[in-house]
Write a protein that binds this ligand. Structure first.
Ligand SMILES: *Cc1c(COP(=O)(O)O)cnc(C)c1O
Length: 397
């Protein structure tokens, strides 16, 4: 039933539930898009509703399966990543879990890597395994092993990350996507560290991002997205509707607001990260710095070929080991000791909060996480203040 001002003579108790409608006249629009904070949408008749539900006319019906504010964010992110469609959801981990579930079936095989965000490994090991999806876990550096595995085992998809979390190894995207496609496997890339504007030129089938990081920018809202060509997104969307972890329209609005300053923030954070990585590399308390933009990174040339900016994560090893890492983290005044990245404030993860507990000795070797490994996420503070804070804390290690 149409509601609003045209509804005749009702009591106040009814009116508060059918308030006057304010619609913008044609030719008049807001510069900031409205938040469609509505679960339900209606049409004028049963027939029009049925036509919409059957896909015979455009329109929104129920926000779990589609909402205009969320849709606007999806279309923006798809375009930035150079693909034609996207589905947003409640968190980055949610996007990873839903993508892996909707792309695999019992009996499938997945190729994945030790150098991957810890919850992604758990989704593959614990959940997918329970539903009969097998996996092989290699090192992202092991191109020969990747080729051998793909040639030996029919593989549904290759799940990877670059730069990897937390040690920022760089995956060889041209080689890995070529090998995967030669053997009929999809490539699914968690592109959170690199951002929405990088890696779109590579033959990646599905990009996943945590929107909690660089999209939000301010560390106050969570979200996730899968970005892919239209057929793949259409194939995943019905499953995602059933998982029911839709992004809330208000979160979508905040994420879109964050995206307005995405390029400015990302580039400023990368420039500060590069300069601080150089400072750390020259410091006597530091054993090794891994920042893909530094010439000393083991894959500096590959990083330069694949990326224009190298991210805001600077991972390095302290000579003094774990206790020195603890003292360092606690001595920092401008870096909060906590998870996440890509927000305006700088963060630090000491060795005690990085070391995975689920690795075999061989996987631990591949991971390149050492006893003194510390991860910094560089925010938008003044880089000289950050450098002074790092210098002071290093003196106390
Ligand atoms: C943070 C992160 C995620 C998970 O995102 P949430 O929004 O926290 O669920 C996934 N992948 C990478 C690489 C991340 O850094």
């Amino acid at each position: 039933m149409p509601s609003g001002a045209e509804t005749a003579a009702v009591r106040p108790e009814t009116r508060v539930n059918h308030p006057p409608r304010v619609e913008l006249p044609p030719g008049n629009r807001p510069l900031t898009p409205p938040i469609y904070q509505s679960v339900k949408f209606e049409f004028e008749s049963v027939d029009e509703t049925l036509r919409a539900l059957n896909g015979q006319r455009p329109g929104f019906f129920y926000s779990r399966t589609g909402n205009p504010t969320v849709r606007q964010l999806e279309l923006l992110l798809a375009e930035l990543q150079g693909r034609d469609d996207a589905i947003a959801c409640a968190s980055g981990v949610n996007a990873i879990a839903q993508a892996l579930f909707s792309l695999t079936s019992a009996g499938d095989h997945v190729l994945c890597f030790a150098e991957t965000y810890n919850p992604s490994r758990q989704i593959i090991r614990r959940f997918l395994a329970r539903f009969g999806v097998r996996h092989t876990m290699l090192s992202i550096d092991d191109l020969a092993g990747i080729e051998r595995t793909l040639a030996g085992v029919p593989t549904r998809l290759v799940f990877l990350e670059t730069p990897t979390n937390p040690v920022t190894k760089v995956a060889d995207l041209a080689t890995i996507t070529r090998l995967a496609h030669a053997h009929g496997a999809l490539t699914v890339l968690d592109n959170t560290f690199a951002g929405f504007h990088q890696h779109g030129d590579y033959d990646v089938d599905v990009f996943l991002h945590s929107l909690t990081k660089y999209a939000a920018g301010t560390g106050d809202v969570m979200g996730g997205v899968a970005i892919a060509r239209r057929e793949l997104v259409q194939a995943m969307r019905p499953d995602w509707g059933l998982f029911g972890a839709q992004l809330d329209p208000h979160a979508a609005f905040l994420l879109m607001r964050g995206m307005k300053t995405y390029f400015l923030r990302y580039r400023a954070q990368c420039a500060a990260a590069l300069s601080l990585a150089g400072f750390l590399a020259a410091h006597p308390a530091v054993e090794r710095v891994r920042y893909p933009g530094l010439p000393g990174h083991p894959q500096a040339a590959l990083a330069r070929a694949q990326m224009r900016e190298f991210g805001s994560i600077v991972t390095f090893d302290l000579k003094g080991g774990p206790e020195s890492g603890r003292r360092f983290a606690e001595a920092l005044q401008l870096f909060a000791i906590t998870a996440s990245l890509g927000s305006t404030e700088s963060l630090v993860l000491p060795p005690q909060m990085i070391r995975p507990k689920d690795f075999t000795p061989e996987q631990a070797e591949w991971s390149d996480i050492r006893p003194g490994t510390v991860r910094l996420s560089i925010g938008l503070e003044d880089p000289d203040d950050l450098r002074a804070d790092l210098a002071r804390a290093l003196d106390l290690t």
